[in-house]
Design a protein around this ligand. Structure first.
Ligand code: IPE
Ligand code: IPE
Ligand code: MG
Length: 235
């Protein structure tokens, strides 16, 4: 079976650039092409949900020039790609603490989300100024604001307050760039996700790399706490 939801930590842009004696930000610019290729491959496979980590709550700690380049790149990409996504019947969602962004970027995001809101081929979610801890915290705060009592807090209810509540949890997590960590991505939603790590830097990621990840996913036995024997279905 193909994964229905793939979540990706797009890492290794800076090292990709450094290897080519280019400034780090050249890797970010090149990374946009890899996003486009990945969307196309998922669309061709009819994978309904693709979620990518574009900017973490912690990435503000980078040098100001890099942060500013990323914001400009985000703005120009959202503006440029919205129409293309729309043409492919793809819905765009941006999740994270958008209050951290300037008004121009927020407005561009709002317009792109509005334009693509009715699209049904695939939901492409960008996590920006996102952190798994932020997400759980904002869910807890919203529940309290709604006056939900402690004993009424269930797993399902808390899930429904999280930023990704409108889709199933990821089946496959991919992290490029070689690091083996979650870096505050979808902490709650990755509870039973199959994890795949590759040394490939994000700007080099392509359909062949995605196929490798999916093949690896397909070789896994997902037990969700049960035993192998229990999973063998009687004929
Ligand atoms: C990931 O690539 C992109 C962002 C975090 C915005 P990096 O910029 O982290 O690349 P490396 O890890 O330094 O190579
Ligand atoms: C994770 O990458 C965040 C994104 C890909 C947006 P980082 O490069 O920021 O992660 P750390 O700091 O190495 O854990
Ligand atoms: Mg990195």
């Amino acid at each position: 079976m193909l994964p229905q939801h793939i979540a990706i930590v797009m890492d290794g842009n800076g090292r990709w650039a450094k290897k080519r004696f280019l400034p780090r930000v050249a890797g970010h610019a090149k990374g946009v092409e890899a996003v486009r290729r990945t969307i196309e491959a998922c669309l061709a496979w009819k994978i309904p949900y693709l979620t990518v980590f574009a900017f973490s709550s912690e990435n503000w700690r980078r040098p100001a020039e890099e942060v500013s380049f990323l914001m400009d790149l985000f703005l120009s990409t959202v503006r440029k790609e919205a129409v293309r996504l729309h043409r492919h019947n793809i819905r765009l969602r941006v999740i994270g603490d958008l209050e951290g962004f300037n008004q121009t970027l927020r407005e561009a995001i709002r317009q792109a989300e509005e334009l693509t809101a009715g699209n049904t081929a695939m939901t492409f979610t960008v996590c920006a100024n996102y952190g798994g801890q932020w997400d759980i915290l904002q869910a807890a705060k919203s529940m309290m604001r709604d006056g939900i009592a402690g004993e009424e807090v269930t797993k399902e209810r808390l899930s429904s307050y999280l930023a990704l509540s409108y889709m199933p949890d990821p089946d496959l997590f991919i992290r490029t760039g070689g690091e083996k960590r979650i870096s505050n991505f979808l902490l709650w939603q990755l509870a039973y996700t199959e994890l795949y790590f590759t040394e490939t830097f994000w700007p080099d990621f392509n359909q062949a790399e995605l196929e490798k990840a999916v093949a690896c996913f397909q070789s896994r036995e997902r037990r969700f706490g049960q035993t192998s024997e229990q999973l063998v279905k009687p004929c």
